[in-house]
Design a protein around this ligand. Sequence first.
Ligand SMILES: C[S@@+](CC[C@H](N)C(=O)[O-])C[C@H]1O[C@@H](n2cnc3c(N)ncnc32)[C@H](O)[C@@H]1O
Length: 404
Amino acid sequence: MVRNPAATALEITVEVRPEPQAAECLRRWVKQLRRQRYTPEAIQQVFGIRSADELGAAEREVWGTRLAERTDPLSVWLQLFWLERPVRYELLAGHADQLLESGLQAGLFQRCGRSVRASLRAEPVSGAIVWADHRFEDVARTSMLRQHGGPVYPPGADSLMLAEIVPHFATGRMLDLCTGSGVLALIIARGGNKVVGVDIDPRAVEVAQLNAEANGLKSARFLLGDLYAPVAGERFHCIVANPPFVCSPYANGPRYHSGGPLGDQVLRRIVAGFSPHLHRGGKALAISHVGLRQGESLADRARTWLSHFDGRCLVAEFARADAASFVAQQATFALAEGMASFRREFRRWLQFLRRHRVHEIAAVLVAVERTGTNFIEVVSAKPVVVPVPLNKSAIQVVREWWTH
Ligand SMILES: C[S@@+](CC[C@H](N)C(=O)[O-])C[C@H]1O[C@@H](n2cnc3c(N)ncnc32)[C@H](O)[C@@H]1O
């Protein structure tokens, strides 16, 4: 355990050290998956999508059935680690006999009859393989980890969006707040920058540390704590954050999920820490939902977070939905328990938003640069893609804004 001298008694900084056997097991699997081209390009080529967020339940069944008919290694790894489906023991043993046995011993795999399931999923992102908990299937917790905690967020469309921007603004010493699996910190470390990742969940910190070791990235370090507490008194050249941001009623759900009724509960604390934790000229980037009340504009809300920041700020809105459409899309998780369960969750969620007078939800990227003078721009970067892409994506808008 390492104590940060600037932290108070309640804010003890802890470095989590994973089991060496677990790190070795994941490292060998990373090598194997890389050798057999388990890459973002392969995902795009096979499934025609980039993020598992885009895969509906029915499509997942179709793909599972299609891939089950193939026996080449890549198809097997995609079934096991991306679609989260069981694979026949003999088929897996045929491709990776020793790795399978050591994976079973380390707790990466579980036997289910004549098949094997992986207890973590593997997401290929920018040359790294990122291990995290499942997004589709509930499986028994892996015995690989020493730390208890909630499920570790598997990189989603939000993570991948930030991952596309981060390499373009990474310089010097970086801070990744709400690091989860450590995906963004790993991308930064791959680019050669030193990075500290912070998460409030000990299990996430252990997985992030395992991911760094498994991918051979030594310049990423992970600390347990509440936002800036483990780095109190320190300044960085860049900060990136993907906080829990969904406007949701599930305050007791996974720690990666709810950003309170207005989505910005954690974001506003992150933004408040930009000035004291950025060097002069330093940059920061965050992503969030913003629940808007009747008559409230995004600019009104943005000013409540950003008006005290001593620099220029960009809020790029890339999606917006009314409360009912938002809830219908978000509550699909309940379909696993049937239509009645979906309806119940839908009503409960919508009532919650109505009680808080939220009538629209915007999705935004927030970019800042500590230039000295406060200036806030709010722009629309909602995709206009019919019949062809007609405007710049939010990713492009933010990248270009950095270079101005
Ligand atoms: C949406 S996940 C993002 C994970 C990862 N950065 C990514 O992009 O995939 C949010 C993470 O924030 C962490 N978290 C929530 N509240 C926090 C807090 N107050 N301080 C630090 N981490 C927090 C959660 O444990 C979770 O791992």
